[in-house]
Design a protein around this ligand. Structure first.
Ligand SMILES: Nc1ncnc2c1ncn2[C@@H]1O[C@H](COP(=O)(O)OP(=O)(O)OP(=O)(O)O)[C@@H](O)[C@H]1O
Length: 616
């Protein structure tokens, strides 16, 4: 592959990047890029990856590691790089979550941990904090109930592992760790995995050097949300090494403090990594009136002064924001249904470009709405249910292989499936890549002949999916994707895909439609604000701008204002906020709703002069 000279490099997609963005892309320094919503922070990382790989500034065979917080964000970044640069190069771009990076380290180098921290190879991951509390309860009831659940869960991983006990509390904690690790099989939470991965790094200079030599460049997306554990783990890997670090974030979108995000992480990073700070000014996502509204709220609601400039290419008057006031949720549902119906059928906006957001408690605010939409012909779904399954590389490989077999229109699918297959080898030469493409094409033809079924069931879908897996090689998948090292997890993932596809197929959909439903192509996504971070849509409908939805506002007003700001800034063109005078609570009782507690938000929306309020 011919290397591009630094002076000849230009951004993929012929994008005009801000001066500052270009400087960060070509600089060899550590950087913290702070910028508002839609400024192109994630885009900057994707472009920087292309620059480093195409110019060989990331010297072959070194790699780039991008760490995100959510699986879909990691997948989104990987996709951006894949679409913007040649496959042989983008194969050297690893994009993963903090959790999967820590797990990778533990699975590869767990043997180097001292005897006292030994765990089973097939350890079980506990996703539920309750089980951890039970270990404490079993060991020391008095200690367990001397702390709240939240305090105890935080205490469990608050300090590094392997510390000698300085206090009774630490001895109890060490004993709980020991009993979890010595259990059959060992039980770990992701936070424990991160602490163990940190212990591997701090205890073994050779492994640390190996990691730093593998990854010459590190990217950190949405850095405002890094927790203390994540930041300490990151430092144990890369602080003091030669890897060059680029972090991007926005303090106006800081909405994870409740989950332990480290408030001082920007300042700490700037100091500890001797990083330079850069600001981006543009907002490429949102139409000018929405940028104006965000600027107004930046000043009057968030008390900050870092304003954004809209993309000059957009129509100056573009963008609209409404506040719709309803008598009750039934009226809200029917109005929203006809609004979305019109958007899809008259304005030709794709269902996937319309997003329904709620602050929390999705079922209370949007459960009936989802049912109504589905019963009346618009697909809508709670995205969180399938998101984790679909965002996995393995699921993408299976889904896109099925597309290649059963629907030849999907040109991109072959590339996505082949990328997965090629990732199962280290450093394939060009000739081997060609061979791999030929044998994949042969395999596809065989499947097309063998599986020309008119009707499908779970057994037949299972058969073709298992052939797709066998073609890639189970051993290879388990080796290169350590998350599938546990046979149980791999089997469960496959079973989930087969079950979901069969269910969708049984809803009288054809196989291709079932696949499209699975990835949600023709579906209106419904999600919480936290899930929507980093995403963007033509229209955002935020259901329930009410005191009831912002029950934590009095305790954490700044964070809740940021959550409101995140919701607003997901929209490219239109935002609709709804307020319903009554709403059911979690027990189904109808309650009157108010906007006393979140009065500031209401007042500033009104004072901006940019929001149209309508009583429905
Ligand atoms: N230089 C550019 N020119 C035109 N469009 C751009 C440019 N940079 C980014 N974009 C587009 O603007 C939108 C926002 O970009 P991106 O998601 O990278 O922003 P972000 O800063 O990460 O946003 P947020 O923090 O709100 O999630 C995307 O659709 C992206 O493709």
């Amino acid at each position: 592959m011919k290397k591009v000279r630094i002076e000849d490099w230009s951004p993929a997609g012929k994008l005009n990047l801000e001066e500052t963005a270009l400087k960060v892309i070509s600089s060899k320094k550590n950087f913290l890029v702070v910028a508002g919503p839609g400024a192109g922070k994630t885009e900057l990382l994707a472009q920087k990856a292309c620059f480093l790989l195409q110019s060989n500034e990331c010297k072959y065979p070194q790699r780039i590691l991008a760490i995100s917080f959510k699986r879909d964000a990691a997948y989104n970044l990987k996709e951006r790089v894949r679409l913007r640069c040649e496959e042989v190069l983008s194969n050297r771009f690893d994009s993963m979550t903090f959790d999967s990076f820590a797990k990778l380290i533990l699975d590869h180098f767990g043997n180097s941990l001292p005897q006292s921290l030994n765990i089973d190879k097939d350890y079980l991951i506990l996703l539920d904090d309750k089980s951890v509390l039970e270990y404490y309860e079993k060991l020391d009831r008095t200690f367990r109930f001397s702390k709240t659940d939240k305090e105890l869960i935080s205490f469990h991983t608050t300090s590094k592992v392997g510390l000698d006990s300085h206090s009774n509390a630490i001895s109890i904690r060490n004993a709980v760790w020991e009993s979890m690790m010595k259990d059959k099989p060992s039980k770990l939470t992701f936070k424990m995995i991160m602490r163990l991965a940190e212990a591997i790094m701090t205890g073994n200079e050779k492994i640390k050097l190996f990691l730093q030599n593998t990854y010459s460049h590190i990217f950190l997306d949405e850095f405002q949300d890094a927790t203390a554990i994540q930041y300490e783990f990151f430092k144990s890997c890369f602080l003091g090494g030669n890897s060059q670090i680029t972090a991007v974030g926005d303090d106006k979108q800081r909405i994870m403090l409740w989950a332990g995000a480290q408030e001082s992480v920007f300042e700490d990073y700037l100091l500890e990594l001797s990083a330079e700070k850069a600001h981006l000014k543009m907002n490429f996502r949102c139409a000018p009136r929405l940028v104006a509204l965000q600027n107004y709220l930046t000043e009057h609601l968030l008390g900050k002064t870092d304003f954004s400039t809209p993309d000059p290419k957009r129509h100056k008057e573009g963008g609209e924001c409404f506040l719709w006031v309803f008598k009750n949720p039934d009226q809200e549902i029917t109005t929203l249904f006809s609004t979305v119906y019109k958007l899809i059928n008259e304005d030709k906006i794709k269902p996937r470009e319309i997003c329904i957001l709620v602050k929390q408690s999705l079922n209370i605010y949007a459960g009936d709405l989802i049912d109504h939409f589905n019963e009346h012909g618009i697909n809508a779904r709670d995205e969180s249910i399938l998101q984790d399954l679909i965002a996995q590389d393995l699921s993408q490989y299976i889904i896109h292989s099925l597309y290649v077999i059963f629907d030849k229109r999907w040109k991109d699918s072959k590339t996505i499936a082949l990328t997965f297959l090629n990732n199962l080898h280290t450093d394939l030469e060009q000739s081997q890549l060609l061979k791999s493409e030929i044998s994949f094409s042969k395999f596809i033809k065989q499947c097309q002949q063998k599986y020309n079924d008119v009707y499908w069931n779970a057994e037949r879908l299972g058969a073709v999916i298992n052939e797709i897996i066998d073609f890639a090689g189970r051993d290879k998948i388990q080796y290169f994707y350590p998350m599938y090292k546990s046979v149980k997890f791999l089997d469960e993932t496959l079973a989930d895909i087969i079950r979901e596809l069969t269910n969708l197929y049984n809803e009288d959909l054809g196989l291709i439609q079932a696949l499209e439903s699975l990835i949600g192509i023709e579906t209106v996504p419904v999600m919480t604000v936290h899930k929507s971070k980093g995403l963007e849509y033509h229209t955002i409908i935020f259901v329930g701008l009410e005191d009831g939805a912002f029950w934590s506002y009095q305790k954490q007003p700044d964070e809740d204002k940021c959550a409101f700001f995140v919701a607003l800034s997901r929209a490219k063109h239109r935002v609709i906020f709804t307020f319903s005078k009554t709403r059911k609570d979690r027990n189904g009782r109808i309650r009157n709703q108010s906007f006393k507690v979140i009065e500031d938000i209401f007042n500033e929306l009104k004072n901006s002069g940019l929001v149209i309020t309508e009583e429905k």
